[in-house]
Every structure is written in structure tokens, then in C-alpha cells.
Design a protein around this ligand. Structure first.
Ligand code: FA5
Ligand code: MG
Length: 382
């Protein structure tokens, strides 16, 4: 049989130029707060927890399947909506396409919201097994395990008919079994004995689909999504007559569990008291909090407008308060029976990971938040 020749993938690397991110397009919804995080590439810093966990996962797969997985960690984070959504079969009306969830550079270009944006192109380049690590961007809620910029690793492995025949198994069954073995083995490799559970899930690009959760600080924490690749993706971009699995790991979530990091913002801290605790290759470090500075919260109630969304609120609060914002939660909500209007009350928790905050500082931020919430989100403060 003819051997497929790997087609070159057009590579663009390095920090994008500001004008290529904040473009002035009417569809653009990217702030400097987000732009400033581009090109930092925590996953390419060998002594950073995100770089350490990336390498540990590479090492695990190399040990499990020597020479099998080709690794990529410098794919450009600005991608077409075609790559981010269409090529992985995300339906036209799927919520993830909305500007409420995704950062748009312009109508046809986004900051990738997952590393699955690189599945199809990497298959087309002829790679039967690969790991693609990169920074991904999402408008999302704010709490200790969610951040608008985070890192994923995409894994794909293609099987040939000879493989499932030799295994005496159905193609899908083989792929599913190898996928779960690989990921359970990874969890063991990273964490030793940890409580894990599989949850049935839905992704447009896999079937069946699963999520893996790990018990962490008294709660189940979702660390990855995965499944058997939808056959049309493989047939269109690789070769017919094959079967594949795919996964997408959240590197911050895994690093939080491994290194006992209580808040996702810490990964972005330039504080030596954080960074000095980690070293390339050392999976035994456990984060020792240098101090827990006091938090302070402010509640804010308003009548919502039809266009109000929680992600817009979180984005606005982040753009003003930056990493001083620890959490934004809906704490009360009611609808007035007579007027039909709905009131939401949000609690914004402020805390620095590095120092104590003053009342003046927090009040100034909160005043600005209240003003912009009224002006920009068009809600009526109560
Ligand atoms: C995806 O992004 C799918 N592309 C994963 C996938 C790939 C499924 C291939 C099947 C096949 P999801 O939206 O659930 O799925 O995100 C995957 C992981 O990213 C989550 O499990 C979590 O670990 C991490 N994650 C998601 N949102 C955030 C966030 N705001 N902050 C930090 N980590 C996050
Ligand atoms: Mg999920």
C-alpha cells in the first residue's frame, strides 16, 4: 500500500501582534487583559507547573507507547471558525460558537477555545498519533477552577483494521478500551491512588464520549473530555477504514490536583514565592501557601435586561479587577410577580494571592464595576 506523505503544516508561532488580536472588527470581543496573556506560553516553561505537567504526560505516553506520539506545543492560538468548530462538527447553533462563550478576532477568526481545533489539520498532515498542547481561551464563569485562559492537551490515536482484528474486538470497543486504559494509567502515573470516576458526556466530535473527574478538596473536579472520534472526521482528514480515539485534558486542573494548588490564578502569578516551589521533572512538589490574605466581598443587585449574560458580567469584572477577582456568584434571584422583571444579586469576592488589599482599592474597583455594569450591560442597579 502507498505510504501517505506528511503534508507540511503552515506554522505561525510567537506572540501575536496586538493589531492581529484586537482588530477593530465589529465582531471583536477581546480585551487587553486577554491579549496580555497571549505568548506567555506557560506550557513551554520547563519549571512552571503547567510545563512540568505537560512534560510528565509526554513522558507517560512515551513510556506506554515508545515513539508513537508526535508532540506539538507551538501551534498558533488564532484559528479560523472552520478549524475551531466546523471541522470538529460543532453544530451551527451550538452555544460554544456564540460571542458570549468565545473570543472573536473577527467574524471568521477566533482565539481557539479548545485544542480540538488542531485535530483535523494534524490528521491531514498524516500523523496517526499525536499530542497537541496549547493555550486556549474562553469567556466563562469566575471561580477557583475557571480562568479565561487555560491550557489543554489534545491526544489522538488512530487504529488500523489489523489492530482490532488482532485484538479480536470490534473497532469502537478497542478504541474505547485503549482510551480508558491510557487515561486511567495516566491518572495513576500522575497521582498514584486517587479517586476517579467516568461520566457519560456529549461532544459533537466523539461518540461515545466521556469525562473523567477526580475527587479534589471535597468535590468532583472535571479534568478531561474524551471519546471515540466521529468517523466522518477521520474519513475526511485521514484515511477511510480506520478508527481513532481523542481526548482533551485541562492542564491547570491536573496541575492543581498534582501540586495541591488551591486557586487557578496562581499559575499566572509572577511571584517567586510561587514559582520557586516548582522545578522541571519534580512531580513531588506540593504547593505551600505563603500566606492566605484576607478576602473581601461586595454584593450587587440589579434588574436584568434581556441581553444580560453572566459571562458578560464576568468578563467586565475581570477586565476591571484583573486577578484580584476570586469569584463571582449568583447569590439571590427573584422575579417580581407584577412587573415580570427579574432581579439578580451577585457576590464578587476580591482577594490578592500576593498581598493584603486596602478598602480604598476595593471600593474604587467596585465603584467602577457598578458604573460599567449599568452603562455597558444595560441593567438597572438596585
Ligand atoms: C473540550 O474542550 C473538548 N475539546 C475535549 C475533548 C477533546 C473531548 C477530544 C473529546 C475529544 P471541555 O469543554 O469539557 O471539552 O474542556 C476540557 C477540559 O478543559 C475540562 O475537562 C477542564 O479540565 C478544562 N477546562 C474547561 N474550561 C476551563 C476553564 N474555564 N478554566 C480551566 N480549565 C477549564
Ligand atoms: Mg466539559
Amino acid at each position: 500500500a502507498p505510504v501517505a506523505v506528511a503534508a507540511p503544516v503552515q506554522l505561525k508561532t510567537g506572540k501575536p501582534k496586538r493589531e492581529d488580536v484586537i482588530t477593530g472588527s465589529p465582531d471583536n470581543n477581546i480585551s487587553d487583559y486577554i491579549y496580555d496573556k497571549m505568548g506567555v506560553d506557560l506550557h513551554r516553561q520547563a519549571d512552571h507547573p503547567i510545563g512540568i505537567i505537560k512534560q510528565a504526560i509526554y513522558d507517560y505516553f512515551e513510556k506506554r507507547n515508545p515513539g508513537m506520539f508526535k508532540t506539538f506545543d507551538d501551534r498558533y492560538p488564532i484559528v479560523t471558525t472552520h478549524a475551531n468548530f466546523d471541522e470538529v462538527l460543532v453544530p451551527k447553533d451550538h452555544v460554544s460558537r456564540s460571542p458570549n462563550d468565545t473570543y472573536y478576532v473577527d467574524a471568521n477568526t477566533v482565539l481557539r477555545c479548545h485544542t480540538s481545533a488542531h485535530q483535523a489539520e494534524t490528521l491531514r498532515a498524516g500523523h496517526p498519533a499525536f499530542l497537541v498542547t496549547g493555550d486556549v481561551y474562553r469567556r466563562d464563569s469566575i471561580d477557583s477552577t475557571h480562568y479565561p485562559v487555560f491550557h489543554q492537551m489534545e491526544g489522538v490515536r488512530v487504529f488500523t483494521e489489523a489492530e482490532w482484528t488482532a485484538a479480536g474486538a470490534d473497532a469502537t470497543a478497542l478504541a474505547e478500551k485503549d482510551l480508558k486504559d491510557a487515561l486511567e494509567g495516566l491518572a495513576k502515573h500522575l497521582f498514584g491512588d486517587v479517586e476517579c470516576r467516568w461520566i457519560d458526556a456529549y461532544f459533537p466530535f466523539t461518540n461515545p464520549s466521556f469525562e473523567l473527574e477526580i475527587f479534589f478538596k471535597g468535590k468532583w473536579l472535571e479534568v478531561l473530555g474524551c471519546g471515540v472520534m466521529e468517523q466522518v472526521i477521520l474519513d475526511a482528514n485521514y484515511k477511510p477504514g480506520h478508527k481513532a480515539w481523542a481526548f482533551g485534558l485541562g492542564l491547570e486542573r491536573l496541575a492543581m490536583v498534582l501540586f495541591d494548588v488551591p486557586d487557578i490564578r496562581l499559575f499566572w502569578s509572577g511571584d517567586d514565592r510561587f514559582l520557586k516551589q516548582f522545578k522541571a521533572g519534580d512531580l513531588t512538589a506540593r504547593f505551600k501557601p505563603y500566606s492566605k490574605y484576607p478576602s473581601c466581598y461586595k454584593d450587587m443587585a440589579f434588574w436584568v435586561s434581556p441581553e444580560f449574560s453572566e459571562n458578560n458580567l464576568c468578563e467586565l469584572v475581570r477586565n476591571i479587577g484583573g486577578d484580584l477577582v476570586e469569584e463571582v456568584t449568583l447569590i439571590d434571584n427573584f422575579t417580581n410577580k407584577k412587573t415580570g422583571r427579574t432581579s439578580n444579586c451577585y457576590r464578587i469576592v476580591y482577594r490578592s494571592m500576593e498581598r493584603s488589599l486596602t478598602d480604598e482599592e476595593i471600593n474604587a474597583i467596585q465603584d467602577k464595576v457598578r458604573q460599567q455594569v449599568a452603562d455597558v450591560l444595560k441593567v438597572e442597579l438596585r
